[in-house]
Design a protein around this ligand. Structure first.
Ligand SMILES: NC(=O)c1ccc[n+]([C@@H]2O[C@H](COP(=O)([O-])OP(=O)(O)OC[C@H]3O[C@@H](n4cnc5c(N)ncnc54)[C@H](OP(=O)(O)O)[C@@H]3O)[C@@H](O)[C@H]2O)c1
Length: 318
């Protein structure tokens, strides 16, 4: 393992006590696995379940619902984190549209409390956000582009970015990401890669939109980007997406190809055919320029990421 890189502290410097919330989610699992492999991090993973799901991660775990302010306060007191990374969120876009109060409680109010508590103890706060803060009329977007969310989830995440600043000047970072895919244990929700693979493996036809464009992000690469923010105590907004922009339909085709599945089962459709409670931005995509130059973030090409996931899933099946 290479322990130092340009801009790093010396190898015997500790990178601190890192509190991760939402650690059993798609990003959370990859992040705690990565952090817990580096002895310079002291990691406490938290989530709503009674145990840590991530395979190959070895770190402390304690159950924590981030909307429970008393429990959050106790964890801060006991663990005294130097960095807090909030991977917890209500991420189901249509559910957020229908259950706005609950969405606001998890995605905004709880984040506000986390950020303020970070300020009190002098911890750096890292909040995850989304391409859905943009309206999708002019992607790919830079960090400096003006947000204009088209649905309630996007509004709540934009508000979460704003309350993150409560952690204090130079003590907050927002990592926006986009259409995250990957395979982790016991996920409470699927992702596009698992869904496409599952349906095509079962020989079922699926309909996928040709008029929504994204830059799909491998959860393991996203975790690597977040780790760079943590290590450098980086400040400000960073776009941590995938390296290739394509329609969701084309991405489904790449998934079929990577898993040797029948791509003819993927039928093209468009947003007008779906009656979804929440509107979706048409063309988002995240410009990675800042993350590449300031963090050294280098997500791998999609086909490489999918090949790695295939190996992982095949090893699980043995
Ligand atoms: N996935 C994407 O395509 C995508 C795209 C753009 C941005 N993001 C952002 O990236 C971040 C990570 O998302 P993800 O992909 O890892 O989503 P995920 O797999 O849905 O993980 C979110 C985790 O948060 C947990 N959680 C929800 N409410 C909680 C609460 N009150 N207290 C503690 N934990 C709670 C969930 O637990 P339960 O299972 O118990 O609900 C889940 O484990 C989020 O901020 C999301 O908005 C994701």
């Amino acid at each position: 393992m290479r322990l130092t890189e340009p801009g790093d502290a010396s190898p015997d410097v500790l990178f601190g006590r890192i509190l991760v919330t939402g650690a059993n989610g798609l990003l959370g699992q990859a992040l705690v696995r990565r952090l817990s492999k580096d002895p310079r991090y002291d990691v406490l993973a938290t989530g709503r379940d009674d145990h840590l799901m991530a395979s190959g991660a070895s770190c402390g775990y304690t159950p924590l619902d981030i909307t429970n302010t008393e429990a959050v306060r106790r964890v801060f007191e006991d663990f005294a984190p130097g960095v807090v990374v909030n991977c917890a969120a209500m991420t189901q876009v249509d559910l957020c549209e229908r259950e706005r109060e609950r969405c606001w409680q998890v995605n905004v109010e709880a984040v506000d409390y986390l950020a303020r508590t970070c300020r009190m103890v002098g911890a750096h706060f890292v909040q995850l956000s989304t391409d859905f803060v943009f309206d999708g009329s002019a992607g790919p977007y830079k960090e400096s582009d003006r947000p204009a969310p088209v649905n309630f989830y996007g509004k709540s995440k934009l508000a979460s970015e704003n309350v993150s600043r409560e952690a204090g000047e130079n003590r907050w970072a927002v990592a926006r990401t986009i259409l995250v895919y990957g395979a982790e244990a016991g996920l409470s929700r699927s992702n596009i890669m698992l869904w496409v693979r599952g349906e095509l493996s079962a020989g079922r036809e699926i309909r996928v939109v040709t008029d929504q464009w994204r830059s799909p992000t491998y959860n393991v690469d996203l975790a690597a980007g977040v780790e760079r923010i943590i290590r450098r105590r980086a400040h400000g907004v960073f776009h941590l997406g995938g390296p290739e922009m394509m329609s969701v339909f084309d991405f489904a085709g790449r998934i079929a190809q990577a898993f040797d599945l029948d791509a003819s089962l993927i039928r093209p459709t468009d947003a007008t055919e779906f009656a979804q409670p929440a509107a979706r931005p048409a063309r988002t995509g995240l410009d990675l320029g800042r993350a590449i130059s300031e963090l050294g973030y280098h997500p791998r090409p999609i086909d490489e990421a999918l090949a790695e996931i295939r190996i992982k899933l095949e090893s699980w099946a043995k």
